[in-house]
Design a protein around this ligand. Sequence first.
Ligand code: GCV
Length: 685
Amino acid sequence: MKKLFTIVLLCLSALTVQAEDGHSLWLRYKGGNHATVCTNQKKPSPTLVIAQKELSKNWQGDEKIILVQGEGNGKESFTLQRTDEGIQASSATDKGLLYAAYTLLRMQETGEIDQLTTTSITETPSNDIRILNHWDNPNGTVERGYAGSSLWKWDEITPTLKAGKEVKWKNAELKQRITDYARANASIGINATVLNNVNAKPLMLSSDMIGKTASIADILRPYGIKVYLAVNFGSPHGIGDLDTADPLNPEVVKWWQKKVAEIYTLIPDFGGFLVKANSEGEPGPMDYNRTHVDGANMLADALHPHGGIVMWRSFVYASDGGDRANQAYTEFKRFDGQFRNNVIIQIKNGPIDFQPREPISPLFFGLEKTRTMPEFQITQEYTGHSIHTCFLAPMWKEFFGFQSMCSTPKAYGQKLLAGVANIGDDINWCGNDLAQANWYAFGRLAWNEELSSEQIAREFLAQTFTNDPKFVEPITELLLHSRETVVSYMMPLGLHHIFAGGHHYGPEPWCAPKGWREDWLPRYYHRADNEGIGFDRTHNGSKNTEQYPEPLRSLYDNINTCPENLLLWFHHASWNHLMSNGLTLWHNLCGKYEEGAQQAEKFVEVWKQVKPYIDSERYESMLWRLQRQARDAWWWHDACILYFQQFSQLPIPSCITPMQFKLDDLMKVKLPIDNYRAPKPDMLP
Ligand code: GCV
């Protein structure tokens, strides 16, 4: 009897204690009442079947849901309405209905469903192509990935040999993981993905890899997601038998046409190519004295008959090209209007490289007759890897704000938005449970640029953790402050790129290894000297401000009107320059480092207070990260104040917390990490 009692107890506890590994993301529906879900389609497509299943499994009300396909405008728009018969979702397409289904479920989880009374809700995406860029290599590593290895595990994927012939996956777990990935993306409106790194290996275009890409495409398709590949411009001689990749050589042109045809035979809805050419050592048309136009248009022509596009990156800079912030504009502006209409120039949000704060890249305004698309970085290469919490929605909203400050003519065509993924094969996908919010935010903003950061944070937290306001309120606040906090303790007032070389994790404003290019060194960016600090990009300096249209040009060019959060981006300001609060630049700089570190420390306290409301696994896993973040913030604080004091020669203001570290000791720190892994907690000072 006693034994039986113990067994029952054990079974009961197994039922109630659910391990929370973060794998379910924001999709942790409690299970529904098996609502009646019907559709007007006699033979629903696989996409519509997914929509039906999601609702019948997860909808908690007992009303009928009717999915009406064939009504409405726009491929992915949908309308939700309560009628006498039940809830009606209508859309021109099955994809629209899939998004409608996930919207209903989200509204159910966040409590917003009450809004759906008599008024109808119609949603139309802000961007037509909402695309993730994975920087995954065929060997399983992920460049700037901090959440384990690549999801794709190419060695374990069975290639598709014939179009439409479903392959049997040897690794069922992998197939399930990729299906989960597709579902998560569809639930936030992402409809496209580039599977591999822009530093692309020619191998990606081998017939074997194309077959494997087709197998992945088959899983993603019912979720409304199209597959794209990043290609190495040198592929014709990298894997082909040509001895050139000259875009004007007829053999090269033929090689690409054949390759593209091979891809479309297996993947009829293949999206197209992403290309990093003549950048950071990657091959490109300039290797053959050709131009970006020659290279991009040749690929565009090969893709055009199949409906494919080329996303051609503008991330280019040469060591001898003058101010790095000027270079993309200088190199691309002269080609405006010469690219084919299926070429889209993919431009990083800022002119340098995904720094914690950058102004908008002036190239967005410079290309008036060329299609452009922004590239955001979801993975936290420059904002603390998967250790620091840095909610990026405010950064992306800031970008949209910059975009709307100048009214310049826009090239026509579909709108696109790209984000470099923060996803790996870690059980919780992103390494850090709160970093899932950045994947979520990218999808939601790509769908609807009008959403506020606050709304996105609330939605994410309510679905991913709990709806309890005692959790949602303080952690929404934490997320909303987190990006500004990171800026304050890393690179306030427009400072940029003062990271340790290589891994870009900690502070190294002094970093200057022998033989490195000057524009890879922090001193190139901060320009600290006895007079002051910052990069003079005005009409007296590198003339970067002249690349902007009005009103931004004048705003940035004048030290008295330049926003203080971008001061040192555009100006070399004297240490005694008086800021709007009446205190000197030096005082303000120290004050920002102090503010950032204090705030990071507060995050730990806020997190401790929400312990009762969430599971212990995710609580603990975030606690050590936030503690590590706070310690790192003081590390940044001491390193930067002590280093810059060597130039300012001014006393550290008395309101600043006394230094815990010595500059000499900090200058010896060398983190034993490579580009692909987040640091372990015990590696840091
Ligand atoms: C994929 C930065 C990163 C590189 C990245 C590059 C790019 O330089 O450090 O890892 O390479 O940007 O966006 O191409």
